[in-house]
Design a protein around this ligand. Structure first.
Ligand SMILES: Nc1ncnc2c1ncn2[C@@H]1O[C@H](COP(=O)(O)OP(=O)(O)OP(=O)(O)O)[C@@H](O)[C@H]1O
Length: 723
């Protein structure tokens, strides 16, 4: 293994050396030492590509110190919310003891986050940074260094364009801030470096060496030619593999679909699971956290035997419990969908890729997973401090397939990271945001702006000249921008659309729905308004699509279809979209009528994680719709929509809107308080902790906290009480 380099032997200033040792670091990993030897930690832009867990975060922290010393701010940008929390706890441990103030900013997309001006380090996501830039806060110019973490996300279908344009916008609004980009190992690093005007460093060093191979029948063939035979006692290859020495420690198994991950976990728990005090304790905690979901019940059962599954259908809370259980080595075998590979840091000794294909919703069948992603998944093998070696194994169904897998995935080179700005839907929203951000711009200016993108480096802006022209015409025709003598200016609706961080098509559909919604409200036809409103939401491009089953299509009753827009103005691709609209209405209606999540899962097949993502976006769309109604002068409708947004956010009837504003009070506790006679904040402010502790689900700490919060809110609401 490559020796580590002692910090004494590196060209570091004394104070920086002292700080690093106060973090318990005495030597640096080779990629870290390389950055320091080249002096890139002190100044200039750089992009570092190296393996998972090779210490990229530390190098970003050391480089950030130089800006912090000068009193400048540091922005740390990551692609996922879960990663933002991980980075926050990691970095705050290092920087808070030095007196720096850190803040994580991921939520609300309609805010300039002005209060962030008092923080030194801001950890955020690409989407949130994009929305912050759209509000042009004063503190952006004080940023002296920006870390673009996991920058290979620019190549992701769907979100890549946002990552790319956010970076381009940041470079435009603050060209002098140092750019520190971190990435997984990639083949076209130079191109990315050219885009960022940065020096590049690439390293193949790994803290734990990795052996990769393919498994078929009873044989594992490794990349270096080694062969290991596995006892084939049973007629199930995977079980035989899991019983071999290679899998004697923690093993992560990637499956192509959620259903496969769940079924496999059940099978493995029954066949090779082992109970312990710790597994039963974790199982009990999972069961208690959500006693109603049938999927969480299955999870709790398998966890009792040291096996778990992990996919986006699990609720956020339960997913974190699984992650914690795996990190704490309570769970020995974890089955997961590929989303895990991209997300949180969960290393295992052995990674098995059961399926190198996955279901693709866009095309409707399974497609091969890119080499880049498979390498990322296998790269998780090998736990620093625990393993001398990690194993990444891909399963093959036949000898012929094994050969194809070796050529493609084991010996193959990952695909280069390619710009996704050719995605017209994303480009449309991004062009509007550039026009809104600039206030006024002509075609040359717009093209010049777009030349700051990776797309321009890789393909050239001229190649999408006509696409840009047609997007501009679309925005002008639909009243989001005005074009006068070649100068493009955002309209009020256009500017607000950009600030609200919604697709221009969503804003146009909302604006076109305002009159019908308003007349239903004036006529007090609330049920009809709610039904058509929720059904219209399902057609907005921002909404995550709900899955529709064959049974739902067959039992569909056409009369229930009802939207705010005439059918010819809706983007209906197929009959399924119509069924989905009605289903969306029923799901949202059940949610705001306080139906339990487990019941929604049982009746509609919507798993908790999907339900949360769905209602979170729906609530945001309703808030945006309320803002659009205000612009159209429909105040009553705006008020109604704002209330609906709150109800959808929390899943509550109207009478709980006040109570859920209190800290720590969600739909279940709010209803319990209400049932016990605490129907308003005023009543809670007057209550004693003992009274509230009689309400189910409320202990002493929470009782005191909500009474204090209620008192604070009341004194704030009454100006005579303010100091
Ligand atoms: N020089 C070092 N000495 C000892 N431990 C280190 C050193 N550098 C980093 N580490 C530790 O190694 C672990 C992995 O580091 P880190 O998470 O920064 O890797 P990374 O390259 O950013 O990974 P990823 O690609 O997953 O983001 C962390 O626990 C970190 O504290």
């Amino acid at each position: 293994m490559t020796p580590l380099i002692r910090i004494e032997d590196l060209p570091l200033e004394d104070n920086v050396r002292r700080i690093i040792s106060s973090w318990g670091i005495t030597a640096l990993y080779p990629p870290q030492a390389e950055v320091i030897k080249r002096g890139l930690h002190r100044s200039g832009n750089f992009i570092l590509a190296s393996a998972t867990a090779s210490g990229k975060t530390l190098i970003a922290e050391i480089s950030s110190l130089y800006s912090l010393f000068r009193g400048e701010k540091v922005l740390y940008v990551v692609p996922l919310r879960a990663l933002a929390s991980e980075k926050y706890s990691e970095i705050s441990n290092h920087l808070e003891p030095l007196g720096y103030k850190l803040r994580i900013s991921v939520g609300d997309y309609d805010s300039s986050e002005e209060p962030l001006s008092s923080y030194d380090v801001i950890i955020t996501t690409y989407e949130k940074l994009d929305s912050i830039i759209r509000h042009s806060p004063s503190w952006l110019k004080d940023v002296g260094a920006v870390v673009f973490d996991e920058i290979h996300y620019v190549g992701t279908v769907g979100r890549g364009a946002i990552v790319e344009m956010t970076i381009a916008k940041f470079m435009d609004s603050n060209p002098t801030a140092r750019r520190i980009a971190l990435s997984a190992t990639i083949t076209n690093l130079e191109e990315l470096a050219r885009w960022l005007e940065a020096e590049h460093i690439s390293s193949s060093w790994r803290p734990v060496p990795l052996k990769t191979g393919v498994f078929n029948n009873d044989t594992i063939l490794f990349d270096n030619g080694d062969i290991i035979k596995v006892d084939n006692k049973e007629d199930d290859d995977l079980i035989n593999l899991l019983r071999s020495d290679i899998c004697s420690s923690q093993t992560l198994i990637f499956c192509g679909q959620r259903k496969t991950a769940v079924n496999l976990a059940v099978k493995l728990a029954n066949k090779i699971g082992e109970r312990s005090k710790e597994t039963e304790e974790l199982s009990r905690r999972i069961a208690e956290a959500d006693p109603y979901s049938s999927m969480h019940k299955v999870l709790s059962d398998v966890v009792a035997k040291g096996v778990a599954f992990h996919h986006a259908g699990l609720s956020h809370e339960i997913r974190s419990m699984v992650e914690e259980g795996f990190r704490g080595r309570v769970i020995r075998i974890l089955t997961a969908t590929p989303t895990l590979a991209a997300g949180v840091n969960l290393p295992a000794r052995t990674v098995i890729i059961r399926d190198h294909k996955r279901y693709d919703q866009e095309v409707g069948f399974s497609t091969e997973i890119p080499v880049f992603e498979i390498k990322q998944m296998m790269g998780r093998a090998g736990r620093p401090l625990y393993d001398e070696r990690g194993y990444g194994i891909i399963m093959a169904k036949s000898k012929r397939e094994a050969k194809i897998i070796i050529d493609r995935y084991i010996k193959g080179i990952p695909e280069p990271i390619a710009s996704r700005l050719n995605d017209m839907t994303q480009l449309r929203a991004q062009i509007l945001s550039v026009i809104a951000m600039k206030g006024q711009i002509d075609m040359d200016g717009l093209r010049k702006f777009l030349s700051r993108t990776l797309f321009s480096v890789q393909i050239g802006v001229d190649r999408i000249r006509s696409a840009i022209k047609s997007i501009v015409e679309f925005l002008a025709k639909n009243g989001l921008i005005e074009v006068d003598d070649g100068i493009m200016v955002p309209t009020t609706l256009g500017r607000r659309t950009s600030e609200l961080y919604i697709d221009p098509v969503s804003a146009i559909m909302m604006r076109n729905s305002v009159n019908r919604a308003s007349s239903l409200l004036s006529a007090k036809k609330i049920d009809e308004l709610e039904s058509s409103l929720f059904q219209t939401l399902s057609f907005l491009p921002d909404m995550p699509p709900l899955g529709v089953t064959k049974g739902e299509v067959e039992s569909f009753v056409e009369e229930e279809f009802n939207t705010l827009l005439p059918i010819e103005k809706l983007p209906i691709g197929s009959y399924i979209d119509v069924v989905r609209a009605v289903k969306s209405y029923y799901v949202l209606k059940s949610w705001i009528e306080e139906m339990r999540e487990g019941e929604i899962e049982r009746r509609f097949g919507v798993e908790p994680g999907d339900l949360h993502r769905f209602v979170e976006t729906a609530s945001w769309m309703l808030y945006s719709f309320s803002e659009v109604s205000k612009l159209c002068g429909k105040k009553d409708l705006a008020k109604f929509l704002l209330e609906e947004s709150m109800r959808v956010q929390y899943g509550i009837r109207k009478d709980l809107i006040e109570l859920v504003k209190l800290e720590g009070i969600g739909r279940v506790r709010a209803r319990a308080l209400y049932r016990s006679g605490f129907v308003s904040i005023r009543e809670i402010a007057r209550a004693k902790p003992e009274d509230l502790m009689k309400v189910p689900g409320i202990g002493e700490v929470l009782a005191k906290r909500i009474i204090n919060d209620a008192k604070r809110r009341i004194s704030y609401a009454d100006p005579s009480n303010r100091e």
